[in-house]
Design a protein around this ligand. Structure first.
Ligand code: F6R
Length: 364
């Protein structure tokens, strides 16, 4: 089943170009250059607010999607982890769409949150990888990912497929809301179509990342920094590292560094900076320099332009292909997954079955 791979997680990381393409093929009409969603019995144009609810890695996909829904469709988005949402008595007004994201479609807190939102009169959309799951059955709008079975406990390919669906969903909502022109929609389709090749280009750096794992493996703490739609990737990178390598890691918005976490920085704390070149790059680089000035060891994940501009003085750099900002969160997921994977292998932990974790959390 694992073929030439050592672990399911590794196999699933490498499947991403294929399964993201597979997933996108149900949400894109290539000839018309349009995004398309399955049939639904309500009008997306009427949606006034979106409430996103999920757990873990699926929650981080939701955090990325919040940027897209607000940027493209100008629809306000609330987002919560399911265990908080279900007990905080959220305000759910008429015209609201509640969106649940889950690989398994069975996570107990997310399912309970879905039922609560439904009882409160929200339209229910779900992004799930298991089409026969409870969440899929209870949805008004089912948006499947086609990642195939995910066996490694740490979620990888489900995450990038969730992002692909959510990007198409946000674009479609923007079209329905009259916020996106035909030409802009065609551009979105173009960028999404480029994602599988960009994922392949990212995977080509597997050996470089494996070779630097020994720089991270001895650390007790690791920080991940990112900005804008790449901030959730910092959270995801930290989660992946802690769950499979048992190294304590935290993800922070780059701009939050000076509000506390910078106190942790010394030579023993590697800082992974996720920063594609672009409008926010300068800001992140200045946060990176604050880290370096305190002896922090930086691993910069960026494209050739970003590395040329700011790679000097870094402990290591990981070069990503230059991609449109829309697909950057998908592409930059690859190096954070691979880094966690190779660090865990260097430490000899059980990558596919990390201690204390279960694949599907069906108890709260
Ligand atoms: C992290 C991980 C978990 C899941 C979370 C939600 O690698 O796998 O954080 O993302 O338990 O699971 P689903 O998506 O099945 O609801």
């Amino acid at each position: 089943e694992k073929g030439n791979y050592r672990h399911y997680m590794q196999k699933e990381i490498f499947e991403q170009p294929t399964v993201v393409a597979q997933t996108l093929s149900s949400y894109i009409r290539p000839l018309e250059q349009q995004v398309a969603l399955p049939q639904m019995d309500f009008d997306l144009a009427d949606v006034k607010r979106i409430t996103i609810v999920a757990c873990g890695t699926s929650f981080y996909a939701g955090l990325v999607a919040k940027y897209w829904f607000e940027q493209f469709a100008r629809v306000p988005v609330d987002i919560d982890v399911a265990s908080e949402f279900r007990y905080r008595d959220p305000v759910l007004e008429a015209g609201g769409l509640a969106l649940f994201i889950s690989q398994s479609g069975e996570t107990a807190d997310t399912l309970a949150a879905l039922r609560h939102a439904k009882a409160e009169g929200q339209k229910i959309a779900v992004v799930v990888n298991v089409p026969t799951s409870s969440m899929a059955r209870e949805a008004d709008l089912l948006l499947p990912t086609h990642a195939g079975p995910e066996i490694g406990v740490a979620s990888t390919k489900a995450f990038t497929c969730q992002l692909a669906v959510l990007a198409a969903f946000a674009a479609n909502l923007a079209v329905k809301k009259g916020r996106m022109t035909r030409a802009e929609e065609q551009e979105v389709v173009q960028h999404l179509t480029e994602a599988p090749a960009a994922l392949n280009a990212a995977l080509a750096h597997d050996d470089d990342i494996a070779a630097m794992a020994h720089l991270i493996a001895p650390a007790r703490d690791v920080l991940y920094l990112g900005r804008g739609p790449d901030f959730p990737l910092a959270l995801e990178g930290a989660l992946k590292l802690k769950e499979i390598s048992y190294i304590h890691a935290e993800g922070y918005a780059s701009g939050e560094m000076k509000h506390g976490p910078i106190a942790l920085i010394d030579e023993a704390v590697p800082v992974i900076v996720i920063a594609p070149s672009g409008p926010l790059f300068e800001k992140t680089v200045s946060n990176m320099h604050e880290v370096m000035a305190r002896g922090g060891k930086v691993v910069l994940i960026s494209d050739a332009d970003g590395i040329a501009e700011a790679g000097e003085g870094c402990m290591a750099t990981i070069e990503m292909p230059k991609v449109h900002p829309l697909i950057a969160p998908l592409v930059y997921a690859v190096p954070v997954q691979l880094l966690a994977y190779h660090v865990a292998c260097a430490k000899g932990t059980d990558v596919d079955q990390p201690r204390n974790l279960a694949k599907s959390v069906t108890v709260e």
